[in-house]
Design a protein around this ligand. Structure first.
Ligand code: ATP
Ligand code: MG
Ligand code: FE
Length: 357
């Protein structure tokens, strides 16, 4: 079965084609990726310091058809070769979701194909199955993205249990807000990470929020405020030496990353202990963070669990993860569950509420 995937939940337009043959034959799942195309709107939104929903929707409209052409071209396929169409049904920006949903459903209707609405986070958390080292079910997923920070117990495709989540900012949001405070462009996650590599650990005593809260929830807004307080304190000193300013920024970035990573790693260890799982999966855009990966690798060695990552280019939003998650859902449901003809986006949507029974 060849599944077309369409992702338009936020500021990336992603299109991909996935062939389930390799998955069904227990071959490495990434072999099923036949073609993929992606357009990021980051440059368009940068001047506004964040995503502007109306601009996002309009740009998805402009991009989606040419991206589909590119994907078909890369795969060497025609529209008639497609067997099913998966699209991101939610969560995300309503207008942006509507573009992908309307496009997918119209195409499905025109080609007389089934369509399936995919939960965006299911796409993120199944994407490590497309990596080199494949996790075994059940596994714990640490999902750290621009909009979410969650620990999930994944017992199988379509079998998810939320163990804990952030009570305020998401990890990616904390990265982006901290980046803004340090004068870096939106979205600043990757830039903070680079800056932190040049910084010294331990210069600032930043909080490690909810480290000992006893549960698996997170909170990052206080950490961001602590960074703001340090910035204000430094500015009050009136220092003009550019080297000193650069060192301050690098050291503060380092302390921020250290604090955030310490909390993410400690709660992941706790989730593994609580459930007895031996496999951890890192998913979502912050999963590209090298300090987090290094800390998880060290913990895995010490605590004897295995940690798995999605291919780096599939950490942030993309069409492949939607085609893949849609394909696995359709296989699990014997191609049974397809969406109706009506618009049915879900801008707010709990993943576990969509479990297979
Ligand atoms: P959601 O999936 O929750 O709807 P999203 O799709 O916007 O949110 P992603 O695209 O998965 O989120 O991730 C984007 C986030 O990842 C941004 O906040 C970005 O700053 C962050 N990010 C990307 N690369 C890195 C990195 N190397 N280090 C830290 N953060 C990073
Ligand atoms: Mg994005
Ligand atoms: Fe995402």
């Amino acid at each position: 079965m060849i599944v077309l995937g369409i992702e338009t939940s936020c500021d990336e337009t992603g299109v991909a084609l996935y062939d389930t043959t390799s998955w069904e034959n227990h071959a490495p799942a990434h072999q099923g990726i036949l073609g993929q195309a992606l357009h990021s709107q980051i440059a368009m939104h940068r001047d506004y310091g964040g995503v502007v929903p109306e601009l996002a929707s309009r740009d998805h409209i402009r991009r989606v058809l040419p991206l589909l052409d590119d994907t078909l071209h890369e795969a060497g396929l025609k529209l008639r070769d497609i067997d099913a169409i998966a699209y991101t049904q939610g969560p995300g920006l309503a207008g942006a979701l509507l573009v992908g949903s309307a496009f997918a459903k119209s195409l499905a209707q025109g080609l007389n194909l089934p369509s399936i609405g995919v939960h965006h986070l299911e796409g993120h958390l199944l994407s490590p199955l497309l990596g080199g080292s494949v996790p075994e079910f059940p596994f714990i997923a640490l999902l750290v993205s621009g909009g979410h920070t969650q620990l999930m117990l994944v017992s199988g495709v379509g079998k998810y249990q939320l163990l804990g989540e952030t009570l305020d900012d998401a990890a990616g949001e904390a990265f982006d807000k901290t980046a803004k405070l340090l004068g870096l462009d939106y979205p600043g996650g990757a830039a903070i990470s680079k800056l932190a590599e040049k910084g010294q650990s331990g210069r600032f005593d930043l909080p490690r929020p909810m480290l000992h809260s006893g549960d698996l929830d997170f909170s990052f807004s206080g950490l961001k405020t602590a960074v703001l307080n340090q910035v204000k304190k430094f500015e009050a000193l009136g220092i003009t030496d550019s080297d000193e300013i650069a060192t301050f920024h690098a050291d503060l970035a380092r302390s921020f990353v250290d604090a955030l990573v310490a909390v993410l790693v400690s709660k992941s260890e706790k989730a593994l202990r609580q459930t007895g799982c031996k496999h951890l999966v890192l998913a979502g855009g912050v999963g590209a963070n090298l300090q987090l990966r290094a800390a998880l690798n060290a913990s895995a060695k010490k605590n004897r669990f295995e940690v798995h990552y999605p291919p780096v280019n599939l950490c942030t939003d993309n069409g492949v993860m939607i085609a893949f998650a849609g394909a696995l859902r359709m296989l699990a449901e014997n191609n049974g569950s397809t969406t109706s003809g009506a618009f049915d986006i879900k801008p707010r949507w709990d993943l576990a509420s969509n479990n297979l029974t």
